[in-house]
Design a protein around this ligand. Structure first.
Ligand code: HEC
Ligand SMILES: [Cu+2]
Length: 414
């Protein structure tokens, strides 16, 4: 069932991409990218449940199957007796007979049908209670990963400082997720592991699991289309792109995991400075693309391109609006009412430079609000360091070198 829905989701997003490509095909095609092929995943697991891939899964599945089978037995048993007795004691003819000596009470029978279900229900309670305690008590030696949910992406942060958009975990070791939300209620669900927990703004919540079987990993740009790994979903409706808030979980053996973690922690530092905007920019933009378009189309947030509609229509790209100060500002914690960015950017003003404004917009988006937009951007404090901000600002300044999906297409050939 999981596979069916994710295949449909992939199909839908591919259709959208295909439509976007078709719409863009009038522009000079500099792009040489090939659309990734979505791999089909074999249906695994049973009729009711997907494959069980964590140490907690067998107990959960046992409880599920026990309750399902008990329900079958009672449903068919009771229905059978009901139908049989209805038939057996149906009224015959028109004369109603009343047998004064017929039994009206049977103590063993009544004690039986009270006590047996009671024992079954108590058994179910303890099965559930034990499972609940196991699920909610992470082992002391668990490997901790910090999870931040935001509309509409996940960010995973590892003890060595590495961050990732998809979850990568060590095999054969308990993993504890320490989760929080930057905006609204979300919920993290990994069906193959049988774990699910709400992620709540203003609170930390825990989730733990242990996966013993390594899955391997694929390069980052193939993670959303690969059949490798386990699915991870947001399972609390959280707004427009809730259905895109699905990622992958990759389980690596200890050695591969260590290596991955090291490389992941360094990737941004290893990008050469002059390629920061073209290599790191697009990767980081994936965290913004749900709300900020590049081609000028309107979205949840202002386009980074020259927006074609709304309050900033025709004012130019984000960089042009910021450096010329033309964006109309309306609201936010630092705004004193109807103004433009020019009132806030410049020597001695709130922001010395347009770069400062953009940086602040990412760390503290509520400070100034572009007219027509609400405080709907999650902040990225603690998730994007200075180098990441540099990469993003660099990309915003050279937007003409990127296609509508944020892929680097090189300097315009003319
Ligand atoms: C959930 C939607 C959402 C996401 C995700 C998001 N933003 Fe925003 N962003 C907004 C909204 C809405 C505004 C307009 C209100 C405001 O200024 O805070 C905005 C405003 C901005 C501005 C000021 C824009 C201007 O036109 O002056 C910048 C810069 C910005 N975002 C950068 C980013 C970056 C960088 C990322 C990714 C790392 C990102 N945003 C992710 C919704 C989002
Ligand atoms: Cu969500």
């Amino acid at each position: 069932m999981i596979d069916l829905s994710s295949t449909l989701a992939n199909l839908a997003s591919n259709t959208v991409i295909a439509l976007q490509d078709a719409a863009m095909s009038t522009a000079p095609a500099v792009s040489t990218f090939v659309e990734p092929v979505v791999e089909q995943r074999e249906l695994t697991g049973g009729f009711w449940l997907p494959q069980a891939s964590s140490t907690l899964a067998p107990a959960t599945d046992f409880a599920f199957h026990a309750i399902t089978w008990l329900s079958y037995v009672f449903f068919f048993g009771i229905t059978f007796v009901l139908v049989y007795l209805t038939w057996r004691y149906r009224q015959r003819g028109t004369e109603v007979r009343y047998d004064a000596g017929a039994p009206v009470h049977n103590t063993p029978l009544e004690v039986g049908w009270t006590v047996i279900p009671l024992l079954l229900v108590i058994a179910i309670f303890f099965m559930g209670f034990k499972g609940f305690l196991d699920l909610s008590t992470p082992p002391k030696n668990a490997y901790e990963i910090n999870v931040t949910a935001a509309q509409w992406s996940w960010n995973f942060k590892y003890p060595n400082g590495a961050t990732s958009n998809n979850l990568v975990v060590p095999a054969g070791q308990p993993v504890k997720l320490v989760m929080r939300s930057n905006d609204v209620l979300h919920s993290l669900f990994i069906p193959d592991f049988r774990v699910k927990h709400d992620v709540i703004p203003g609170r930390y919540s825990y989730l733990w699991f242990q996966a013993d079987e390594p899955t391997g990993i694929v390069p980052e740009d193939q993670m959303s289309t690969t059949a490798t790994g386990h699915y991870l979903f947001c399972t609390e409706y959280c707004g427009t792109d809730h259905s895109n808030m699905h990622r992958k979980v990759f389980v690596l053996n200890e050695e591969d995991f260590k290596e991955w973690e090291e490389t992941q922690a360094r990737w941004l530092d290893e990008v050469p400075d002059e390629e920061l905007y073209s290599i790191a920019g697009p990767k980081l933009y994936l965290r913004c693309s749900n709300c900020h378009s590049i081609d000028g189309s309107a979205g949840t947030g202002p386009s980074w391109g020259n927006q074609t509609s709304g309050s900033i229509a025709g004012l130019g790209t984000l960089w042009a609006r910021a450096s010329e100060g033309t964006s109309p500002i309306d609201g936010g914690t630092r705004d004193n009412g109807g103004s433009t960015l020019a009132d806030y950017i410049g020597p001695g003003k709130l922001y010395e430079t347009p770069e400062d404004y953009i940086r602040e917009s990412i760390y503290n988006p509520g400070a100034l609000l572009v007219s027509g937009y609400g405080p709907n951007m999650p902040h990225f404090k603690g998730q994007l360091n200075d180098r990441a901000i540099d990469a993003l600002i660099g990309m915003m300044k050279k937007l003409d070198q990127f296609d509508a999906k944020g892929r680097f297409i090189g300097k315009a050939a003319n």
